[in-house]
Write a protein that binds this ligand. Structure first.
Ligand code: ADP
Ligand code: SF4
Length: 695
């Protein structure tokens, strides 16, 4: 297939100071939980992206000095020359695939509590640190400012020596020191670095000038600047000071990488923001500078990308998440394979890796983070040892679909049997709930691919029994039958079933996922959600119920609604939305009794009880795997050989309920491991062990 000429413009080279990007696909800096602790894994991830056609591959933020120590978060580190080798593998991998390597030098100012280095944090003014540590940052004096400029310059020189082509001066989120100086909120100084905007911008200007002078002969100097903080006049605003900063520095850098702050606005989830949602903020930038401009917007549609270029909004299409979900996005557009694009669903599970201090993972791309340690490639998979063998996958949720697709790619003859009328399982069911439509992309991508494969058959309306599986006689059977929500209260807080729930009118989360809750059942009635799951579902059911006209209360043992979504940067928006919809929130409460239209709650600290009215209770607690089919097959293990079955495996939620990302990973893993010898005593991936030399 060849490229659609409409997309030619995306493949034009772009000059960035002394270097040239081979096309307009630009992977902006993004956290990945690999960096300084797993440099080979980071290089593996970057090699794949460079091979996938991105013209520029940037690092995560890189601590430029030991006074900017964000431990335990796993970012890059370039404190002195000894850190240079941690970037070597990445730079070499990026260059080997013909892309430019960029590095985002960062000083996190009062957002760096310096837990490891124990240095005193730095800020424009005396300031409490951004984390909840009982520590304050010290207002920088002139010597501190001179030191900071030298540290930035030294780090830039080190980055140049490491072989980077693009070196950032970073003020892209309110987490960075230059931004703290620019901000009226944080800069209370009265010297030439405070007061007027020109004074507040002075440090950033000096850093950019220093960097250009130090490395500008060979390296492009990029700025990442948040033109708007999405908090009105309290913060930077693209109509006033955000715009003026760009005006002041317009021609100074070689590239403008513009975005909005804070990170939750920049990486807004699909539930709260559309593709291209930053355009309204960054639209003015190109009119003020002749330098190339890059911006992000979870772009996955080539038409949207072309439109950004043609309408003069951006010169380069920036992407973090779309490059994570599909490292081969540029190549697929180039080769006219638009239907093969694995579109990001905007769930921010990738962000959660950074937040929980673990290597990056992705809902759509199960190979993400596994490129080096498991040797997984997003587009390549080993040919089956026995391609004549048949694989039967039972259940077409995320696990079953991914397993079927990856097994088919290996060359097996695949049959996918689904009990229901539609594919997609939990992902398609979640897509019914408010704001979660993009989850259906998990199904859409896989179904689209499978339907084009000659060696894969899909059977809908096919609830299989053990007998039928035995009759089918596939050599490999994957049971991906999912899970159902419990109704007995068992979860994190209540380890044993709550007998009193038998007296309550209950509605299962499954009914919401199935779309079978009728408005008459809930309208005008008092619905209580008990959320002991803490991820998306409790909050989103509350939102759905409020939309159906119920009087909704959300009870949770946690302090916050959907508490785990702090890790996906959504918690604030979820809680705000529920409050605005009139949902009553009862944190720090567990269940203590039910019946006669009343629910008894207990305080998690004091056990003190109280009663609230409740017509219907929705317990969002633990799930139980649907493993009846698997157990029935296990019970007939003696018949397997006669039926031609060599292996029956349990995957996804049927193995252990978790996120959609876990289910996709589980299905992918089984497909990769078919016919492999698995030794449970051996760690199944390569590791980067800490050096013990020291110094
Ligand atoms: P996962 O997240 O692990 O992929 P899901 O709950 O999304 O699990 O999907 C499980 C799918 O399996 C559902 O679509 C369900 O209809 C299907 N299923 C369950 N039992 C059977 C069965 N015996 N035969 C075929 N399909 C089944
Ligand atoms: Fe997109 Fe979700 Fe993958 Fe992140 S984890 S890249 S948001 S699909």
């Amino acid at each position: 297939m060849s490229r659609d000429p409409r997309y030619d413009i995306l493949f034009e080279p772009v000059r960035i100071g002394p270097v040239t990007a081979r096309n307009r696909f630009y992977q902006v800096p993004h956290c990945n939980g690999l960096a300084r602790l797993h440099p080979q894994a980071a290089a593996g991830m970057r090699r794949v992206k460079a091979a996938g056609g991105w013209a520029v591959i940037n690092t995560e933020e890189v601590e430029l000095h030991h006074s900017s120590d964000v431990s335990p978060y796993i970012e890059g580190r370039l404190w002195d020359d000894r850190d240079i080798p941690t970037f070597q593998a990445s730079v070499d991998a990026i260059h080997a695939e013909g892309a430019l390597a960029g590095i985002e030098l960062a000083h996190n100012g009062f957002h760096a509590p310096n837990r490891y280095s124990r240095e005193v944090p730095l800020a424009p003014s005396h300031m409490m640190v951004g984390a909840l540590d009982p520590v304050q940052a010290r207002a920088m004096d002139k010597q501190d400012i001179a030191n900071l400029r030298r540290w930035h310059r030294d780090a830039a020189l080190r980055a140049k020596r490491a072989g980077f082509d693009i070196i950032y001066c970073y003020a892209g989120h309110d987490l960075t020191l230059p931004m703290h100086f620019i901000s009226r909120r944080y800069n209370h100084r009265s010297d030439e670095y405070g007061g007027s905007l020109e004074n507040r911008v002075r440090l950033y200007r000096e850093i950019i000038e220093d960097t250009k002078e130090a490395v500008g002969d060979r390296c492009a100097v990029a700025v990442r600047f948040a033109v708007d903080e999405v908090m009105g006049e309290e913060g930077l605003c693209s109509e006033t000071e955000g715009r003026e900063v760009v005006e002041m520095l317009a021609e100074l850098p070689d590239l403008w990488d513009v975005n909005v702050s804070d990170w939750s606005n920049d990486s807004v989830t699909a539930r709260f923001g559309e593709e291209g949602g930053q355009e309204q903020y960054v639209v003015f930038v190109k009119s003020l500078t002749s330098k190339p401009v890059v911006g992000v917007g979870r772009f996955t549609s080539p038409d949207a990308m072309v439109s950004q270029i043609k309408r003069g909004i951006l010169d380069l299409i920036g992407a973090a998440r779309p490059s994570i979900a599909d490292p081969f996005l540029p190549k697929k557009i180039e080769e006219g394979r638009i239907e093969d694009i694995r579109e990001c669903i905007g769930c921010n599970i990738c962000v959660s890796g950074d937040m929980i201090i673990a290597p990056i993972r992705c809902t759509q791309n199960p190979t993400k983070g596994e490129e080096w340690r498991k040797g997984w490639h997003p587009e390549e998979i080993a040919t089956a040892k026995s391609p004549e063998a048949q694989v039967l996958v039972v259940g077409a949720g995320p696990a079953g679909l991914e397993c079927a697709l990856s097994a088919a790619r290996r060359g097996y003859s695949v049959a996918l049997a689904e009990a229901g009328q539609a594919l997609g399982g939990i992902a398609a069911r979640m897509a019914r709930l408010p704001g979660l439509a993009s989850y259906d992309r998990v199904r859409g991508y896989r179904e689209g691919q499978l339907r084009r494969m000659a060696n894969a058959e899909i059977y809908l309306d096919s609830p299989l029994s053990a007998e039928e599986v035995l009759d089918f006689g596939a050599r490999f059977v994957a049971v991906a039958t999912g899970a159902r929500w419990r109704l007995d209260g068992v979860g994190r807080e209540h380890a044993l079933p709550l007998a009193f729930l038998e007296r309550a009118e209950l509605l299962s989360p499954d009914a919401f996922l199935d779309g079978t809750v009728e408005a008459e059942r809930v309208q005008g009635r008092k619905l209580v959600i008990y959320d002991d799951d803490h991820y998306l579902l409790g909050g989103v059911i509350a939102e759905a119920l409020a939309g159906m006209g119920a009087d909704v209360t959300l009870v949770t043992p946690a302090a916050d609604v959907s508490a785990w979504t702090h890790n996906t940067l959504e918690q604030g928006r979820i809680q705000t939305r529920l409050l605005e919809l009139g949902v009553t929130i009862r944190p720090h409460r567990t269940l203590a009794g039910a019946g006669n239209g009343v629910l008894t709650l207990a305080c998690v600290y004091t056990d003190k009880t109280e009663e609230i009215p409740c017509d219907v209770l929705v317990p969002v607690t633990a799930r139980l795997p649907e493993e009846a089919l698997f157990q029935a097959l296990k019970a007939r293990e003696d018949d397997w050989a006669d039926a031609g079955i060599a292996q029956v495996s349990l995957i996804g939620d049927a193995l252990a309920p978790a996120t959609v990302a876990h289910a996709v990973y589980s299905g992918h893993r089984l497909a990769r491991e078919l016919e492999e010898e698995i030794d449970l005593d051996v760690v199944p991936f390569r590791r980067e062990l800490p050096g013990i030399a020291g110094g």
